[in-house]
Write a protein that binds this ligand. Structure first.
Ligand code: FMN
Length: 192
């Protein structure tokens, strides 16, 4: 298959169909921090299309600030039950408010309340503060819908390259690199 987006979709569906994982769509997104260091963390992959790969988060989190300074980002996945590794390199863009609203509505009330209660990546004085903040938020919003906080949304990583690795026990891993050129995707095999 020579379209990496379709190939990704097939692999993701395959991974979801028979996943032993609790967090089935966890992917590692890496950004570049203010000192130039790469920094990665897992997020939940929400969707993928020709436009790119979407995850949701706080726009003023550490990763959000990284992306505001430098949009270059990567996404790395390992699906052990299939022996698949995927590496995406690209640029991250904030999704629209309408798209963020759509993802917000898919979240449970409990997830909406925790998202509202916390300031992701900010310092925390004590662990007790977590329950206290959540309780205060739940009381404040009792009996009403939880509005999407302005600082919560998502990013779409538009790929410039995608590499698929099929792990082989004999170490002859198949590496298929797709790079986006002016005439579309170009595929190149790489040595393992
Ligand atoms: C399996 C898993 C899934 C996660 N999903 C998300 C997510 O979708 N969005 C998010 O903001 N943080 C998610 N987190 C928390 C992040 O890993 C990270 O701690 C948080 O986003 C703060 O990162 P930052 O300080 O680098 O911005 C997840 C963590 C794990 C372990």
């Amino acid at each position: 298959m020579d379209n990496p987006i379709s190939k990704f979709e097939n692999w993701w569906q395959e991974a979801l169909a028979d996943s032993p994982l609790q967090q089935k769509s966890a992917v590692c997104v890496s950004t570049i921090d203010e000192h130039g260091f790469p920094t990665g963390r897992f997020v939940d992959l929400k969707s993928e299309s020709e436009d790119g790969f979407v995850f949701c988060t706080y726009l003023d989190s550490a990763k959000g600030k990284d992306i505001a300074r430098n949009a270059k980002a990567s996404m790395t996945i390992w699906w052990d039950h299939l022996g698949y590794q995927i590496r995406v390199v690209g640029t991250a863009q904030v999704i629209t408010a309408g798209e963020a609203d759509g993802f917000w509505q898919t979240r449970s009330r409990s997830a909406q309340l925790t998202t509202t209660a916390f300031e992701q990546s900010e310092a925390l004085d004590s662990e007790d503060e977590l329950a206290k903040r959540l309780q205060e938020t739940a009381v404040k919003l009792a009996g009403q819908a939880v509005p999407r906080p302005d600082n919560w949304g998502g990013y779409c990583i538009k790929p410039v390259s995608i590499e698929f690795l099929t792990f082989r026990q004999n170490r002859l891993h198949l590496r298929e690199l797709f790079e986006c050129g002016s005439n579309g995707w170009v595929k190149q095999l790489l040595q393992p």
